[in-house]
Design a protein around this ligand. Structure first.
Ligand SMILES: [Fe+2]
Ligand SMILES: [Fe+2]
Length: 376
């Protein structure tokens, strides 16, 4: 068996949980006189143009320094060294959207925990997934860089779309407002359920012009055209583009393996795995490790359209995703078992819920998680 790389000093595993759900301004990364310009440039779309313009207006190096001093310590590991390119990518992410930068760093930290913690089967046998990375043709550094920059391609998404605060029901109402009025919400709920049952979300089908109105739509359409999108693109088409864009950016910087991994962090069911880990507990796609870290953080974080979930709710949704085939269920089982055991320590879960009237839901969620963990 390969040498366990965790014998070295391990900072991330000892770290306390980071704050979830905070909204931070990119202004913190820039001097006041360049702040607006740098943020504006970072919203222009193509990564290479953003870097070139930030460099030309003299903002790049000072912003990189601020990012380095604010986040460098969270990324400093014995086996991972941030290059100049890496700090530039992180800076662009922060200038584009600070919450995406924070999400990226937390995904990096969770991905590290997944591969570095001993994960147990019900028999009590454990593995450390990181010990098998080399056999999959991926170094620890490549894995962590792919986790950190899985969403670098998000810069191609206009901020109006990223910051869209409509949830699924609200998107649907933009398309069928009269049905909602006629049936007191019942038709809306039924329609939503029919869509979900067919694996469809309203953002897959509702045209952008129904979601964004008037002048905002005209401006957005113009912006999307500049970024190479067709005028019939749906919200999902635009959002999905970040995955191949992450691959393109990383590959163009010479990070080919990272590009392959980051370029497959969504759509678990559809993708072909380029890097497979053979472990005694089964064969896993390396990109799926990043996907689980990504989903774990996304569930625990606030987004423009949703509140953060509690640790237990997040595990419950992860279980639902695994059962629906959206993430690798064997990998999810290993991770959920570990995280659930952490949450159960001292039964703090039930105590925490006793004051907020959620005991019933909580027990249902725990039961669903436990049933999932019992399956093979
Ligand atoms: Fe993503
Ligand atoms: Fe992500």
């Amino acid at each position: 068996m390969p040498q366990n790389f965790l014998n070295q000093k391990n900072k991330i595993l000892r770290k306390s949980e980071t704050e979830f759900g905070e909204v931070i301004s990119a202004r913190a990364l820039t001097d006041m006189n360049t702040a607006q310009d740098a943020e504006e440039i970072a919203g222009e779309g193509k990564y290479e143009d953003i870097i070139q313009k930030l460099r030309a207006n003299g903002a790049l190096s000072s912003c990189v320094e601020k990012v380095r001093s604010a986040y460098g310590h969270r990324l400093a590991l014995d086996n991972f060294v941030m290059t100049e390119h890496d700090f530039e990518m992180l800076t662009v992410l922060g200038l584009y959207d600070m919450n995406t930068l924070e999400h990226s760093i937390r995904t990096f930290e969770i991905a590290y925990r997944i591969i570095a913690r001993p994960l147990a089967e019900p028999s009590g046998e454990t593995i450390i997934i990181g010990d098998y990375l080399r056999n999959a043709g991926v170094s620890l550094e490549q894995f962590l860089r792919a986790a950190l920059f899985h969403d670098i391609g998000k810069v191609i998404i206009p901020r109006e779309i990223l910051h869209n605060a409509l949830d699924d029901e609200e998107v649907l109402v933009r398309m069928f407002p009269e049905e909602n009025l006629k049936a007191g919400g019942q038709v809306k709920k039924e329609l939503l359920q029919t869509l979900y049952a067919n694996g469809i979300r309203p953002i897959d089908v509702v045209p952008l012009k129904e979601i964004f109105k008037g002048e905002q739509y005209v401006k957005l359409l113009c912006d999307l055209e500049k970024r190479g999108f067709s005028e019939t693109a749906t919200l999902k088409d635009v959002i999905r583009m970040h995955e191949p864009e992450s691959r393109r950016i990383l590959t163009s910087l010479g990070y080919e393996t990272e590009g392959e991994l980051a370029g497959s962090h969504h759509n678990y069911k559809k993708k072909a795995h380029s890097h497979l880990l053979n472990t005694p507990f089964g064969t896993f796609g390396v990109a799926d490790l990043i996907r689980i870290a990504d989903v774990t953080d996304a569930l625990r974080s606030a987004r423009w359209y949703k509140k953060p979930l509690s640790p237990l709710e997040a595990l419950f949704v992860l279980v639902k995703d695994a059962e629906a085939g959206k993430i690798d269920s064997r990998l999810a089982r290993l991770w959920v078992r570990d995280q659930y055991a952490e949450l159960r320590k001292g039964d703090a879960l039930l105590a925490a819920a006793s004051g907020n009237g959620r005991q019933f839901e909580l027990q249902e969620e725990m039961r669903a998680i436990e049933m999932f963990l019992e399956k093979k």
